[in-house]
Design a protein around this ligand. Structure first.
Ligand code: KIV
Length: 264
């Protein structure tokens, strides 16, 4: 299993880091048999598992439920769990309670928080000082998609780009061990990655970040209608799954399943 030290080593040796989201034990078991470096139990589960239109309604209890399942399926991957919207924003106590509950109940290795406002920096400093490993998240931060004007590329103009750059430096100073950079220009992804000692993990942030993360269901092509520019589909499971289900239906109605070898 990767440790934070090895992730730092990866960056030093210019070896890219692969991160994939996961929400259940079956996929976690499969991921455990691959070379993927880390698992992120993302609050994207609100969209891909729960069918919500954003991550905002996802609760701490739901994150814990899914992270426990992932942990049961995988014992050999570094697991990061997203803290959901409003589970860490209201006070230091609120953040310690939520992050502590996640680590104690799920045995995940780290938590991920979005943003770098003064309040969030104070929270991250506190969490890391008391021994809770924290991953940051900048650029398009889905929990604040409303304030950002929707799901759009961030840091396109100089002022916005400078702010994201400064935020990345501040997050490193606050103690995060890594930062997800989501939907920012490749040039900004490169600049941030070259300026930080900690590894950056990009999603729509170009090839120069220290690693890449994708949502598992997106990478596997589970939804034909979802085609953001940053996504590469490595499989077309929507087609495979639909065909398999239609074949099962067909064989059920024409009595070609079950066969004697499937019967007692
Ligand atoms: O929730 C999530 O899956 C994420 C990744 C897209 C980085 O935050």
């Amino acid at each position: 299993m990767k440790t934070i030290i090895q992730l730092f080593q990866n960056k030093k040796n210019k070896e890219k880091i692969s991160v994939i989201t996961c929400y259940d034990a079956s996929f976690a078991r499969l991921i455990s048999k691959t070379n993927i470096d880390c698992i992120l139990v993302g609050d994207s589960l609100g969209m891909v598992i729960q069918g919500l239109s954003s991550t905002v309604p996802v609760t701490l209890e739901e994150m814990i439920y899914h992270t426990k399942s992932v942990k049961r399926g995988s014992t050999n991957k570094y697991i990061i769990c997203d803290l959901p919207f409003l589970s860490y924003h209201t006070s230091l106590e609120n953040a310690v309670f939520s992050a502590g509950k996640v680590l104690k109940e799920t045995e995940a290795d780290a938590v991920k928080l979005e943003g770098a406002s003064n309040k969030i920096l104070e929270i991250i400093t506190h969490l890391t000082e008391i021994g809770i490993p924290v991953m940051g998240h900048l650029g398009l931060t889905p929990q604040s998609y409303q304030t950002l004007g929707g799901y759009r590329v961030q840091g396109k103009d100089t002022k916005e780009a400078d702010k994201i750059y400064e935020d990345a430096l501040a997050l490193e100073k606050a103690g995060v061990f890594s930062i997800v950079l989501e939907m920012i220009p490749s040039s900004l992804g490169k600049k941030i990655s070259e300026s930080l000692k900690i590894p950056t993990i990009g999603i729509g942030a170009g090839v120069d970040t220290d690693g890449q993360v994708l949502v598992l269901y997106d990478l596997l092509g589970m939804n034909d209608d979802f085609k953001p520019k940053f996504l590469k589909k490595y499989a077309n499971l929507e087609e495979i799954i639909k065909n398999s289900l239609n074949n099962f239906h067909e064989e059920t109605v024409n009595l070609s399943f079950p066969k004697p070898e499937n019967s007692f």
